[in-house]
Design a protein around this ligand. Structure first.
Ligand SMILES: Nc1nc2c(ncn2[C@@H]2O[C@H](COP(=O)(O)OP(=O)(O)OP(=O)(O)O)[C@@H](O)[C@H]2O)c(=O)[nH]1
Length: 295
């Protein structure tokens, strides 16, 4: 949100800069001294924001770098036009067109970046930073196709915090938010970079674990289940608490819809809850024994 505001502020200040520049070109009256400097692109409001620090979260797509390149070229061309005017020379139609094309491209790249930030905001859960349900099925579908193509096993795991209502009741909703945030930060630090975490609902999260067999995932989740139980979560002014979670694992299959695999993981999770919580259950789908391994 902050980035969107900053981009908006940069865009607005460039619109008034453009107006002042046109007045100087058309009516004369002297250019702004800052516009004649070779680093004018670093001095304007947008440039100060763009060059003040790294923005790794914005650099993923094509927009950020191109926006900076067009912005610099636009300022370089503005300096050329202003210098022509200062020296009493005419600005050619081609020079003017080039400048205007650059300022339009700069605006287009900026709105491309704004749109990509907004789309990402619609897909990400703000409390925990993981994917929300909006894009979940699409991403799981992609993993499903990859799994069917490569033949490598892929599992999903549903995780739900145990007795989470008690945390809210005892420490307040904000403390509950901290626990959710810290728990997911814990899993982020432990899972592989190509594993994905989705917020499925309230305190329920779905993990997608590609290139892993059911045995791999059960082993990993059992280890993480024990580590989470021992993991201290610091609450502001309220000391340290510990939380446990229950897990339900199911294996994706090329001849089964992703939604059905999720349902199996959910069922395995219910079994983990019913068996006493703080444990992992696997949906076992081997022929006649179809069902949960703890039933
Ligand atoms: N603080 C906070 N609480 C949430 C959020 N989303 C859901 N909850 C709470 O999560 C709690 C879930 O409670 P229950 O469904 O009874 O589950 P539980 O207490 O974890 O019990 P079990 O799942 O059976 O172990 C409710 O109190 C919700 O208000 C959230 O974003 N922040």
């Amino acid at each position: 949100m902050k980035t969107l505001h900053e981009l908006d502020a940069g865009s607005t200040s460039h619109t008034s800069w453009l107006k002042d520049l046109h007045r100087a070109l058309v009516c004369g009256g002297g250019a702004s001294p800052a516009d004649l400097l070779t680093d004018a692109h670093c001095r304007c409001k947008f440039g100060q924001w763009y060059y003040q620090r790294d923005y790794p979260e914005l650099q993923e797509g094509p927009w950020f770098e191109k926006m900076g390149a067009f912005h610099k070229s636009m300022h370089d061309n503005a300096r050329l036009l202003l210098n022509r005017r200062e020296n009493g020379q005419a600005v050619s139609a081609d020079e003017y067109d080039e400048f205007m094309d650059l300022s339009i491209r700069f605006k287009l790249e900026m709105s491309g970046l704004q749109t990509s930030i907004i789309s990402k905001m619609c897909l990400v859960d703000h409390l925990t930073g993981v994917w929300n349900r909006n894009g979940m099925l699409h991403k799981l579908q992609q993993e499903h196709e990859r799994m069917a193509r490569s033949g490598a096993a892929c599992c999903v795991c549903m995780m739900d915090l145990d007795h989470f209502k008690r945390v809210n009741d005892e420490y307040g909703h904000l403390a509950g938010d901290t626990v959710l945030h810290e728990t997911i930060a814990f899993f982020h630090g432990k899972l592989r970079k190509y594993d994905a975490i989705f917020r499925y609902g309230g305190e329920e999260f779905l993990f997608c674990l590609p290139s892993s067999t059911a045995q791999d995932v059960v082993k990993t989740m059992e280890r993480l289940c024990a580590e989470l139980a021992a993991y201290p979560i610091a609450l502001k002014d309220k000391g340290i608490i510990h939380i446990t979670a229950s897990f339900g694992v199911a294996v994706m299959s090329s001849d089964e819809a992703v939604e059905d695999t999720i349902e199996k993981a959910d069922h395995a999770l219910l079994c983990a809850k019913a068996s006493g919580r703080n444990q992992v259950c696997l949906w076992d789908c081997l022929g006649d024994q179809s069902g949960c391994d703890c039933e």
